[in-house]
Design a protein around this ligand. Structure first.
Ligand code: ATP
Length: 433
C-alpha cells in the first residue's frame, strides 16, 4: 500500500539529505524561519517559477516587471501597511511562547491561559509585520525604509509606466516574481510560513463593472495551473473569504487551499481589490493614475484582480504532493516538467566498456534534457537514489547494449522496465516530456 506524507519531519530530512533545502546558517545553529535552497531545490524552484512566468507572460495581455525591494516609505502609508499590517500578539509569561491572538480559540483567549503550559498570557499587542531598516548612513526616523512585505505595490506604482511604454490597453496585467519579507509571529511548518519568501504575483487591470467576470476567469485559470503542475485535484479546493475575513481593500477573495499533513491551508489568494490601490496611490502621491479609454473617451481608475501565489509554498506543495512511501521505497512522483533531473544514465557495473557507452548516451541526452549519471553502488541503490529525488526515468547500459545497442529504460513510479534502441532515446524522451 502506497502512503502519502504523514510527518513533515520525513520530508524535512529527505530535503536535507538529498540537497533540496537546508536550514539557513546551520553551522551557527540556524536562524528561525529562514531556509536555503540546495542544488536540487533551486532546480525545482526555477522550474516552478519558469512555468508560472510562461503561463503569465506568454499571453498577449500580460507584461513582466521586476521592481526594487526597497521602495519610498510613503508607498506603505498609501497601501495601508503602516497602519494596518499588524497581527495581534500574545505572549506566555511563563514559557515565553508567542501566539497570534487571531489564531487562538476564543475560549483560550478569554481564559488567558497558555495552551502549551497553562501559564498566564499577556494582553494582545498589535505587532507590525514589516521589517525596518535605514537608508543612508544615519540611523534616524527620517531614514527608515521597509523591506517589502508583498511584491504587489511595485506593480501598482508602475501601472502608468508599463501602460505607456507598452501601449497595452485595458484589460491587461503585470506579472512579477520577487522576494517579500514578513516578520511573522508564528512562522513554521518548514517552508510553509517563513520570514523571507518569494511571491509570484499578477495584477490584472480591468474596467470597473467587468471586475467580477475577470475575477471568476482568474480563479479558474489559477486552479488549473496548480492541477497542470501535477497536484492531485482532491487535495486542492477553494475557500471563500467571508465578510469577517475580507481585507479592507477587497470586494471578493478566494484562497486556493491545499491539504497539507497539518491541514487545509492557503496556497494562493485571488482578490478583487477594486480601485483601492490606485486610488490610494493617486491620493498619496498627488499623481493622476487614471486610464483613458480611446474607444469610449472615458477616464477612469481601473479595478484590479490580483492572483498572489507563494513560490516557496508552491514548492512545498509540489514536494508534499509528490511524496510516496510503500513501506520500503520512497519516491517523489513529480510531474516530469518540474523534476530537477529528467533522466539518470547508469552503467550496470563500473566497467570501462560500459562506462564509455554510458558517457556517450549521457553526453547526448544532456544536450536536451537535464540528465545526471551515477556509477557508485548496486544498480538497485542507484535507482532508489533517483527515486528519492524524483527523476522520472533511468537508463541502464549493460552488456547486451554493447552488442545490440538497446538500453533498459526504467520508470520511476511503476518501476516498469522496457528495452529501447539507444539511437531512439532522444525521440523517446521528447515524446515523454
Ligand atoms: P496569512 O494570513 O496566513 O499570514 P496572508 O493571507 O496574509 O497570509 P497573502 O498576503 O495573501 O497571505 O500572501 C499571498 C501568498 O503569499 C500566500 O498565499 C502564500 O502563498 C504566500 N505567503 C504569504 N506569507 C508567507 C510566508 N510568511 N511564508 C511563505 N509564503 C507566504
Amino acid at each position: 500500500m502506497t502512503q502519502d506524507l504523514k510527518e513533515m519531519a520525513d520530508l524535512v530530512s529527505l530535503c536535507k539529505r538529498r540537497g533540496f533545502i537546508f536550514q539557513s546558517s546551520e553551522i551557527y545553529g540556524g536562524i528561525n524561519a529562514c531556509w536555503d535552497y540546495g542544488p536540487l531545490g533551486i532546480e525545482l524552484k526555477r522550474n516552478i517559477k519558469e512555468r508560472w512566468w510562461r503561463a503569465m507572460t506568454d499571453r498577449e495581455d500580460i507584461e513582466g516587471l521586476d521592481a526594487a525591494i526597497l521602495m519610498h516609505p510613503k508607498v506603505w502609508e498609501a497601501s495601508g501597511h503602516i497602519a494596518g499590517f499588524v497581527d495581534p500578539l500574545v505572549d506566555c509569561k511563563k514559557c515565553k511562547e508567542r501566539f497570534r491572538a487571531d489564531k487562538l480559540e476564543a475560549e483560550v483567549l478569554a481564559s488567558k491561559k497558555c495552551p502549551k503550559c497553562g501559564g498566564e498570557l499577556t494582553e494582545p499587542r498589535q505587532f507590525n509585520l514589516m521589517f525596518k531598516t535605514f537608508m543612508g548612513p544615519v540611523e534616524e526616523d527620517a531614514a527608515i525604509v521597509y523591506l517589502r512585505p508583498e511584491t504587489a505595490q511595485g506593480i501598482y506604482v508602475n501601472f502608468l509606466n508599463v501602460h505607456q511604454s507598452t501601449r497595452q490597453k485595458i484589460p491587461f496585467g503585470i506579472a512579477q516574481i520577487g522576494k517579500a519579507f514578513r516578520n511573522e509571529i508564528t512562522p513554521g511548518n518548514f517552508i510553509f510560513r517563513t520570514r523571507e519568501f518569494e511571491q509570484m504575483e499578477m495584477q490584472f487591470f480591468v474596467k470597473p463593472g467587468s471586475d467580477m467576470e475577470w475575477f471568476e476567469k482568474w480563479k479558474e485559470v489559477r486552479m488549473k495551473w496548480h492541477e497542470d503542475n501535477g497536484i492531485r485535484k482532491n487535495k486542492l479546493r477553494f475557500h471563500e473569504h467571508g465578510a469577517g475575513e475580507l481585507a479592507h481593500y477587497a470586494k471578493a477573495a478566494f484562497d486556493i487551499e491545499y491539504e497539507f499533513p497539518f491541514g487545509w491551508q492557503e496556497l494562493e489568494g485571488i482578490h478583487n481589490r477594486t480601485d483601492f490601490d490606485l486610488g490610494r496611490h493617486q491620493q498619496f502621491s498627488g499623481k493622476k493614475l487614471e486610464y483613458f479609454s480611446e474607444e469610449s473617451k472615458e477616464h477612469y481608475l481601473p479595478y484590479i484582480v490580483e492572483t498572489s501565489a507563494g513560490c516557496d509554498r508552491s514548492l512545498l506543495v509540489t514536494l508534499v504532493d509528490a511524496y510516496r512511501f510503500d513501506g520500503e521505497r520512497t519516491w517523489l512522483a513529480f510531474h516530469p516538467s518540474l523534476a530537477p533531473y529528467k533522466v539518470a544514465v547508469f552503467p550496470l557495473m563500473k566497467k570501462p566498456e560500459l562506462s564509455e557507452y554510458t558517457d556517450k548516451v549521457y553526453q547526448s541526452l544532456k544536450k536536451r534534457f537535464r540528465t545526471t549519471t551515477d556509477s557508485t553502488g548496486s544498480i538497485g541503490k542507484r535507482y532508489r537514489r533517483q527515486d528519492e529525488i524524483g527523476t522520472p526515468f533511468g537508463v541502464t547500459i549493460d552488456y547486451d547494449t554493447l552488442t545490440n545497442h538497446t538500453v533498459t529504460v526504467r520508470h520511476r513510479d511503476s518501476m516498469a522496465q522496457e528495452r529501447v534502441p539507444a539511437e531512439n532515446l532522444d525521440q523517446y524522451f521528447q515524446d515523454k516530456f
